[in-house]
Ligand binder design. Structure first.
Ligand code: NAP
Length: 502
């Protein structure tokens, strides 16, 4: 079949040893089959050959790629950025077909990857080490950075290009090789991205693309003794399981996981701006963003009026195929995601909350064949209700009242996650208190909880992450090992801490 796709292993596109494939369908219209992708089998079965071949190839790729000067590696990434710029619209259209979010957002997803490529390309001339004074005379002391080896890159469905680019570009720039296990929900974008890297001059064995289930392919890579590094983005449950293995095997590991992000609106805020912010933050990408606004904290004085306006705006949002102009909210990724939203609406009701709008699957002309859920606002939510604490990952917003900034900060900080937060206020003192005291990796003032820029570190605290960051300058620390070198040109034995003569 023409739309049967392959893995990229050992420098060539090849069918899985298992002979099995899985279907990739458009979540806005499940009649549309996008393609069949390799169902790479478990390491104990036929799939073992693919995984072993991928790891062995990544080791060879590492030997070659890591010896290329970093500025030259950067040039390959710059070329990839140029190719993505030329093909931005076509990539975005395919991404909307397989993932569902509206075209404007998938264009933004591609743009984020382009920005990340250009940032990484320049970093090839800046992988700074340090030269510092030695304690001893006639001795030179310096640090520099070395690549680590093959990295397993395991990525989620919601940013099919941007999230992989946050990992793959810096990992490659630093001289590592890649074995990529993308989400089974967005395999087409993974093939496109791999093709672009190869076309841009990446040595073939520097990247391996292995499709298949997380429980088999992802787990096999995490468990593999010859894969020293893992970068994972996905749910906290999966990340925690990976963390246990990585800890036991002393692997380098970056985890970017779930969120339960709050937008706080003070009574002195610009209400129109706060309303625009929550509509975009809660219902953009149908709520399937790690930084999505899933809690709205309203100062009690403005609660009723704000909820009334929010309800009207949420009910008016147009659902549909993300490729249709005029669509504001696309489908959810698969039926299980819709069922999860339904389940949480029932939990909210059973705990005493009110469904102010939405709360059910969306039906109607054009929606029959997709996984659509209506933008949902829950009011009367207590800060300890399950919908106020657990990640739903859909267009379901819990509204919670508060009386003071102290209380709002406390509610924000009580959940197990700590990715992003937003405060709307016109008071500079409240703004700076929030920046300082909200327990998240990112705080926005007078802007929604979503929207990262490629040159700043991105990530969260507590259940969201394990202390590393993607993006910006910090991610280059993760993909390199620091080495220190001393050169003693005194011509005699000098013993540190012993032969000091001052
Ligand atoms: P997920 O179910 O955890 O899957 C993420 C990736 O891990 C997929 O490729 C999955 O494979 C794979 N996987 C599953 N089980 C595995 C295992 N045992 N070992 C190794 N890999 C395994 O997450 P998702 O539903 O795709 O994405 C949504 C989640 O990602 C949300 O919690 C969201 O908050 C989080 N997220 C976080 C960030 C951030 O930067 N903090 C950004 C985006 C998304 P399959 O193909 O089988 O699914």
């Amino acid at each position: 079949m023409s739309n049967t796709y392959q893995n990229f292993i050992a420098g060539q596109w090849r069918a899985p040893a298992s002979g099995e494939h899985f279907e990739n369908r458009n979540p806005a219209n499940t009649d549309e089959l996008i393609g069949l992708f390799p169902e790479t089998g478990p390491p104990s079965g036929a799939g073992g050959a693919d995984i072993e071949a991928a790891v062995a190839s990544a080791e060879r790729g590492f030997e070659k790629w890591s010896r290329m000067p970093a500025p030259e590696r950067g040039f390959v990434l710059k070329k990839a950025g140029d190719v993505m710029t030329e093909r931005k619209d076509a990539i975005a259209r395919d991404m909307t077909r397989e993932m569902g979010k509206v075209l404007e957002e998938t264009r933004g997803d591609v743009q984020e990857a382009i920005d990340t490529a250009y940032y990484a390309a320049v970093e090839g001339r800046r992988l700074f080490g340090k030269t510092v004074p030695s304690e001893l005379r006639d001795k030179w002391a310096m640090s520099f950075r070395r690549p680590i080896g093959p990295f397993a890159i395991i990525t989620p469905f919601n940013f099919p290009l941007a999230v992989p680019s946050w990992k793959i570009f810096p990992a490659l720039l630093c001289g590592n090789s890649i074995i990529w296990k993308p989400s089974e929900d967005v395999p087409l974008t993974a093939n496109t991205f791999t093709e672009i890297l190869l076309e841009s001059g990446l040595p073939p064995e520097a990247i391996q693309l292995v499709h298949g289930a997380g429980e088999t392919v992802g787990k096999a890579l995490v468990d593999h003794p010859e894969v020293p590094g893992i970068s994972f983005t996905g749910s906290t449950r999966t990340g925690s399981a990976i963390g246990e293995t990585a800890g036991r095997m002393h692997k380098r590991l970056s985890l970017e996981m779930g969120g339960k992000n709050a937008q706080i609106v003070m009574a002195d805020a610009d209400m129109d701006l706060a309303l625009d912010g929550v509509i975009w933050g809660a219902f953009g990408t149908a709520g399937q963003r790690c930084t999505a606004t899933s809690r709205l904290l309203l100062e009690d004085r403005i609660h009723d009026e704000f909820v009334a306006r929010l309800q009207a705006r949420a009910e008016a949002l147009r659902l549909g195929d993300g490729l249709d102009s005029g669509t504001e909210v696309g489908p959810m990724i698969h039926p299980a995601a819709v069922e999860k939203c339904e389940r949480y609406v029932e939990i909210a009701r059973s705990q005493g909350a009110t469904v102010a709008c939405g709360g059910a699957r969306a039906t109607g002309p054009g929606l029959e064949k997709g996984h659509f859920f209506r933008p949902t606002v829950l009011t009367g939510v207590d800060r300890n209700h399950r919908t106020a604490c657990e990640e739903i990952f859909g267009p379901v917003l819990s509204v919670i009242k508060f009386e003071s900034l102290d209380e709002a900060i406390d509610i924000n900080n009580q959940v197990e996650y700590g990715l992003s937060s937003a405060l709307y206020t016109s008071d500079v003192r409240s703004a700076f208190r929030a920046i300082n005291e909200l327990d998240n990796g990112i705080t926005y003032v007078n802007a929604p909880t979503i929207g990262a820029e490629a040159h700043l570190p991105f990530g969260g605290v507590k259940g969201t992450g394990n202390g590393h960051r993607e993006g910006g300058w910090e991610v280059y620390e993760f993909y390199t090992e620091t080495k220190v070198a001393y050169v003693d040109y005194s011509g005699k034995l000098q013993r540190a801490q012993i032969d000091v003569d001052w």
